[in-house]
Design a protein around this ligand. Structure first.
Ligand SMILES: Cc1cc2nc3c(=O)[nH]c(=O)nc-3n(C[C@H](O)[C@H](O)[C@H](O)COP(=O)(O)O)c2cc1C
Length: 315
């Protein structure tokens, strides 16, 4: 796969730790055949050491095009992990240079790499030399502001990055304030490689309105509990029955990889998001969130399907 040759717009599920596992990616794939799927961010060093971390990146053929996002600060570990992932058949490798979590930044991973251009470029170069796959970078506007963005992104492209995604917030902003896309448009005009915008996109139609000269966009938070954000074209919002079918299927996929209790607890964050769209189902929602067994959980979903009034709104 080659980013430059993909049809525009390029629409992607943003990588989200704890959310975009194989189960959820399969659900998004069922909604949209074209969406490009990204894994949760995964430690390049951890991949080499731990079976558990390697298993996190397992995927199914229908998830293609499937990209793995790695974080770390050691170019050799990135290269070795990229080689293993190429063997595993992934479509490409994305490098996280945007995570603002203190633990990550303190050890010069994620956003920390925005402050060490040389190391950031060594990592990109190491992966690009190690595998014939496309290498991309996901980063932010900058540390305090977008002043250094053109230079930083230009250096990454020179080092071998074939696509750059910019989340329109600075490190300082973390997830606060509104995403600013203007510096991303300005970057696109200066950069030869494709550029994706990210930040506050509600769905595909909203992404199309925002993308301007860009090659495409990623959708993150708006897709949690709402895979329909990726539906192409105008379509009626999913009704209660369709929504609950997807919830059941999502849970069944998640359960394939986890024991009952673990699956139920892990699924709560998805469930809370799926149920946001329901009106008049507060009691059922509270009960569902407390379910201790799968049998109870599935029975409560059935009950909700029969009792819930129609949805007030989509998403
Ligand atoms: C729960 C959660 C987990 C995230 N994990 C990652 C991650 O693993 N890698 C990454 O590059 N960004 C991660 N992000 C950031 C998103 O990919 C995206 O850049 C950000 O949420 C802004 O886009 P949005 O407004 O569409 O959500 C995460 C965001 C959230 C809310």
């Amino acid at each position: 796969m080659n980013w430059s040759e993909l049809p525009r717009p390029i629409v992607c599920l943003a990588p989200m730790d704890g959310i975009t596992d194989s189960a959820y990616r399969r659900i998004v794939r069922e909604v949209s055949r074209e969406t490009i799927l990204f894994s949760e961010f995964t430690s390049a060093d951890g991949y080499l050491r731990s079976d558990k971390i390697r298993r996190r990146l397992d995927y199914r053929p229908e998830e293609h095009p499937y990209f793995v996002q790695l974080f770390g600060n050691n170019p050799d570990a990135f290269a070795e992990t990229a080689r293993a992932l190429e063997q595993a058949g992934v479509a490409g490798i994305d490098i996280n240079m945007g995570c603002p979590a203190r633990k990550i930044v303190a050890s010069q991973h994620g956003s920390g790499l925005m402050q060490d251009v040389k190391l950031a470029c060594r990592i990109v170069g190491a992966v690009a030399r190690a595998v014939p796959l496309p290498v991309s970078v996901k980063t932010r506007l900058g540390w305090h502001d977008a002043r250094d963005l053109p230079e930083f992104a230009g250096a990454l492209a020179d080092a071998g990055a074939a696509l750059i995604t910019i989340h329109g917030r600075t490190y300082d902003q973390a997830f606060h304030g509104e995403a600013d896309w203007a510096p991303i448009y300005a970057l696109k005009r200066r950069l030869a490689v494709p550029v994706l915008g990210n930040g506050d996109v509600a769905d595909v139609a909203d992404g199309l309105r925002r993308m301007g000269p860009l090659d495409g966009f990623m959708i993150g938070r708006a897709a949690i509990g709402n895979p329909w954000a990726f539906r192409p074209g105008p379509a009626a919002p999913p009704d209660t029955v369709e929504r609950l079918d997807v919830v059941r299927r999502h849970y069944a996929y998640a359960r394939e990889a986890r024991a009952e209790r673990h699956a139920l607890i892990e699924f709560r964050k998805h469930l809370a998001a799926y149920l946001r769209g329901f009106t008049g189902a507060k009691a059922a929602r509270v009960r569902l969130m407390r379910m201790e067994s799968e049998a109870e959980f599935l029975a409560a979903l059935d009950e909700l399907a029969h009792r819930a009034p129609p949805l007030a709104k989509a998403g």
